[in-house]
Ligand binder design. Structure first.
Ligand code: DSN
Length: 489
């Protein structure tokens, strides 16, 4: 395949992106051709569907290249300059660069770039808070067993106050089946079911009542800015440690689209995030914190995590540097402009948008009002060429499998270069498709929560419109997919 590409045109007309992708795919195919085929098919699928999943994006080919190499072979448990393995000089270098880039990008006092995911980053943060609270000057390993048992029990009695799952909180914020609910005595706060908004007075009352060790703020499905300056005051009133999970909106903070009192970094003790959502880096996590938490956070590996992923830390360093640029600043502003416009257009087309709009990259839609479930809407839209996910809404009567809602996001379409006119077209495709779905009836005349029928021609028309948009905004345009399809054996 590589040879065919090299001989397909004069040397000065070959492009680095296509060359790299082709060489990489050929090496993968040598190892297992079926995997190479799936990679190529994924590119084809992503090119032919509108990516509206709020937590997904397209990272740069440089970021991707940093992950596909020998760095994956290295064990480096510990952290920069303090490893449990020999030969970590280069990993030290890579991790230090990634940490410096992260600190510079976010104006954070300390950065820890090892977490493999946002869930891991949260666990690292939780243990750091517990360890700091129960810190003893003695080496914990040397404590007599009964003293350690007592500390361990006290740790397990701590309270965590986090946002409820149906209000937009994440599973790791104390959902009853998640490990976070086994580590802590969990209390949840919720949004107002009618407005969909957080109510600061209620939150303050709950803090006063619960007096948690950890006050956890952050979400995977909430569309409004949160005043972290105010919440810092409330946390201080009860001596709570303020942890913010900014996994979803980290890229908007990095690019300055979320700033001032809505930027959690100056106010929170610890901020956790993923690196692959709005931030547009490799799949992974990170913890940013005040200096007083640094020594506890840095023990994430081995206390919580297994060996770090040096190749992913290298990719993080690249993505953070990319995000520290004027282009990225413009991108972050555009993500919000696009989602605001998408939400506003959906409203004009009679679609119920939670909270009436959005301040960030997420748009939440209630489809129960159209007589269908989130599951039916998600499946039907995917059939029509739009990829997104169903989502629970406050007080959801259908629960987390079927749901009443849909979650849309603009990070990926904005990365492709789309703007307001395209958001109008997307909103129209969504609204038209949603209105053309009818829930099937079972033999007793009850509405199915999963099966549905699309009105005649709805699918064909939507796909045509999606493709006409995507033809103008091609994912990784330097990569010649047809050539690869023809030549991948
Ligand atoms: N799966 C992520 C999201 O979609 O929001 C959260 O973990």
């Amino acid at each position: 395949m590589l040879n065919e590409y090299l001989s397909s045109k004069p040397l000065n007309e070959l492009n680095t992106e296509m060359l790299t992708f082709t060489a990489n795919l050929e090496m993968v195919a040598r190892g297992n051709p079926q995997i190479a085929k799936s990679i190529l098919q994924e590119l084809i699928d992503q090119r032919s569907h509108l990516k509206l999943i709020a937590s997904e994006n397209y990272c740069s080919l440089s970021t991707q290249s940093a992950m596909g190499n020998l760095l994956t072979d290295k064990y480096a448990e510990g952290f920069v300059g303090n490893r449990f393995y020999a030969g970590c000089d280069n990993v030290d270098n890579i991790e230090a660069i990634a940490c410096d880039e992260a600190k510079r990008l976010f104006g954070a006092e300390h950065a820890y770039v090892q977490p493999h995911s946002g869930a891991d980053a949260n666990l690292v943060a939780f243990l750091a808070v517990l360890r700091k609270k129960f810190h003893t000057t003695e080496n914990i390993l040397n404590l007599p067993k009964d003293e350690w048992e007592k500390i361990r029990k006290d740790m397990g009695n701590q309270r965590l106050l986090g946002m409820g799952l149906y209000s937009g909180g994440h599973l790791t914020h104390g959902y009853r089946h998640n490990v976070s609910a086994q580590l802590f005595e969990v209390f949840n706060y919720d949004v107002n079911e009618n407005t969909g908004l957080l109510e600061y007075d209620n939150l303050r009352n709950m803090l006063q009542e619960v007096k948690p060790l950890i006050f956890l703020i952050g979400f995977s499905a909430y569309t409004r800015n949160i005043d972290y300056s105010l919440l810092r005051q409330y946390a201080d009133e009860v001596g709570a440690v303020m942890v913010v999970d900014m996994a979803h909106f980290a890229g908007l903070v990095a690019g300055g689209a979320i700033s001032g009192k809505y930027n959690p970094i100056p106010y929170a003790d610890i901020v956790t995030t993923t690196t692959h959502k709005t931030l547009r880096g490799p799949r992974g996590g990170m913890v940013l914190c005040k200096q007083e938490y640094a020594e506890f956070v840095d023990k994430g590996c081995p206390h919580v995590l297994g060996g770090p992923l040096p190749h992913v830390m290298a990719a993080k360093a690249i993505a953070f540097k990319e995000a520290n640029s004027p282009e990225y600043k413009a991108y972050a502003a555009k993500v919000v402009e696009n989602s605001t416009h998408l939400a506003a257009t959906l409203v004009t087309k009679g679609i119920h948008v939670q909270t009436g709009g959005t301040d960030n990259h997420i748009v939440l839609v209630n489809v129960e009002k159209l007589g269908i479930t989130g599951r039916q809407a998600e499946l039907a839209l995917r059939e029509c060429g739009l990829t997104l996910n169903r989502n629970t809404l406050p007080g959801d009567k259908y629960g987390p499998w079927y749901t009443s809602g849909l979650r849309f996001g603009t990070p990926a379409t904005t990365s492709l270069g789309m703007g307001k006119p395209e958001m109008e077209e997307i909103a129209d495709i969504i609204a038209t498709t949603l209105k053309s779905i009818t829930a099937n009836l079972d033999k007793n005349g009850n509405k199915s929560k999963a099966k549905y029928t699309l009105a005649e021609n709805a699918k064909e028309t939507a796909i045509k419109r999606v493709h006409s948009l995507l033809d103008k905004y091609v994912l990784y345009p330097e990569i010649d997919v047809e050539f690869l399809q023809k030549n991948l054996k």
